[in-house]
Design a protein around this ligand. Structure first.
Ligand SMILES: C[S@@+](CC[C@H](N)C(=O)[O-])C[C@H]1O[C@@H](n2cnc3c(N)ncnc32)[C@H](O)[C@@H]1O
Length: 510
């Protein structure tokens, strides 16, 4: 039993996930899109509380021209994060402080952004107070906070699920962390099979459980086995931030800046009559049955004029993340699927693909297509970024400043993935964000950078490594033992890498 963990689950370490919502560049862009003045990101100071393994924190430290700080009271997390920082040379500083200790420090600068992802609902009231104290003391005027949390009403019918897992763990705790998660999950399985009356009024319970089963056991443990798990309404969280002088500005889901989308016509007819934007935002959670929120708060909200908003969004450079023909012109949001108009989006995607995916501004597009309406392009930028097909880029000056740290971070991750495939993201100096790259793509990339150009040479690099470690590829969850089948699959992956993925990796300067 640990004494430093304050009820937080520490019997296994957290997963190695990456979240673009924590990126200073992405935060800047979401706030701009919603029509607010965004904090400084070129050369600013940024901080993440509860960094976990530090993958997001380190990618943002490597890609930001400013200074980066973070803390996590789990020493294994802080150590992994610092190892990544040392490898990239980003000079990020990671501490092993609890939120309480961190809030008391007086050797930290004032921050432009402070982020916490996957923390707020999983810690005590007291810890939320420490986090807000930290924000009160360390956020600059004009600075932004990103906070994600589990919310009501979406969790209401299924919240008792968490209670079952926790109760099982309290009464039957035994074995290592994975065994405890497995035992608690089988208990819930048996519970559902026994048809309790509760499920008649909460049929979503069993469905949700099926989804949760697919998660990594370490994720499940950190999500559901903590002492604390508090569900809040959006408006309650807004009140808490208001006490620290922050106002709600936007969500980190850009499509939500277009309020009409994502809900049915009847829902919109209702919502548009709710005049107060905070009340409307809360009511929207009922209409989309939201369970998780990704909110951005600002200390000192200032509005951009509609013209400034438009200019800033159109003058931003954008990079395409997949071949134009592979972009699906549909975006799932709220309860509705949004269809993108072929005649507007196809030419735009072709334009972004030109010159080997070189990042481009929409001002350049307007010069070539003067009949296009600028507001339609602002909306297109929003929907393409929301669909994860396009990303907003950093300034060219910033890209130059952070290229070296990104190169070092990526080289380290690619090397590490030869023996440990935990980090599946690389840092793009162009976007200031992480880009998903699996182990094979990482080894193909490092082999290509070492001067090999043929698919056969890339396959050889991966296969030599796999053979040495007695590994085989896995297709649909099944290990493939046959060597020829392994080589055929790898050859196909290497060819796709060279023809489709490499041009994009180059544009992203991975
Ligand atoms: C669910 S994880 C999220 C990690 C990371 N933000 C991410 O999304 O990958 C929560 C993290 O907060 C840390 N944490 C929880 N309570 C803390 C406290 N009181 N002080 C410092 N860190 C804490 C945990 O160790 C854990 O790494």
């Amino acid at each position: 039993m640990n004494s430093w963990n304050e009820g937080y689950f520490t019997d296994s370490t957290y997963t190695f996930g990456y979240y673009r919502e924590l990126s200073p560049n992405f935060i800047r862009w979401c706030l701009t899109l919603k029509g607010f003045v965004a904090p400084e990101v070129d050369g600013g100071c940024h901080c993440e509380l509860g960094i976990g393994q530090g993958v997001s924190a380190n990618i943002h430290a490597a890609t930001s021209a400013g200074k980066f700080f973070g803390t996590d009271f789990n020493p294994a997390h802080a150590a992994n994060a610092q190892e990544l920082a040392d490898a990239s040379g980003s000079n990020a500083k990671f501490f092993e402080d609890s939120f309480e200790e961190f809030a008391k420090r007086d050797d930290l600068p004032q921050f432009d952004t402070i982020t916490f992802h996957g923390i707020w609902s999983w810690v005590s009231d007291e810890n939320r107070r420490h986090m807000l104290d930290f924000v009160r003391k360390h956020l600059k005027s004009g600075g932004a906070v990103y906070c994600s949390y589990n919310c009501l009403p979406g969790w209401a019918p299924v919240a008792p699920f968490r209670e079952l897992l926790k109760l099982h763990d309290t009464f039957h705790a035994g074995g290592n962390a994975d065994e405890r998660v497995k035992a608690a999950m089988s208990f819930v399985d048996e519970f559902i099979a026994a048809k309790p009356a509760y499920l008649e009024i909460a049929p979503a319970f069993a469905e949700r459980f099926e989804q949760i089963k697919k998660h990594n056991p370490h994720y499940i443990a950190h999500e559901y086995l903590n002492l604390d798990w508090d569900l809040m309404y959006f408006t309650d969280v807004v009140d808490m931030f208001r006490d620290a002088k922050l106002d709600f500005a936007a969500t980190a889901l850009p499509v939500e800046a277009l309020e009409r989308l994502g809900v049915s016509e009847e829902a919109w007819a209702f919502l548009r009559k709710v005049g107060d934007p905070l009340f409307r935002e809360q009511m929207r959670d009922y209409f989309v049955n939201r369970q998780f929120r990704k909110d951005l708060f600002v200390r000192g909200l200032r509005r951009l004029s509609p013209f400034e908003l438009q200019r800033k969004i159109l003058e931003t450079r954008y990079v395409l993340l997949r071949p134009a023909e592979d972009v699906t012109l549909k975006i799932a949001t709220g309860t509705v699927e949004v269809k993108l108009t072929e005649e507007i989006y196809r030419p735009l995607l072709e334009f972004l693909q030109e010159d080997n995916f070189r990042p481009k501004t929409f001002v350049e597009y307007l010069q070539r297509h003067p009949d296009t309406k600028p507001p339609a392009l602002v909306e297109a930028a929003n929907l393409l970024v929301s669909g994860n097909s396009v990303m907003p880029c950093q300034s060219e000056a910033t890209v130059k400043r952070v290229k070296k740290t990104c190169e070092r971070f990526n080289a380290y991750v690619c090397e590490r993935s030869k023996v440990n495939e935990s980090i599946k993201f690389l840092a793009s100096p162009v976007t200031g964000m992480g880009i998903s790259a699996n182990r094979f793509q990482q080894i193909f990339l490092s082999t290509y950078k070492a001067g090999e150009r043929s698919a056969d040479a890339l396959v050889k690099a991966v296969w030599d490594m796999m053979s040495r470690q007695g590994q085989r590829i896995v297709v649909n969850g099944e290990k493939v033992d046959d060597v020829d089948k392994n080589l055929t699959q790898l050859k196909s992956a290497a060819e796709t890498f060279l023809s489709k993925e490499l041009p994009i990796f180059k544009a992203l300067q991975l």
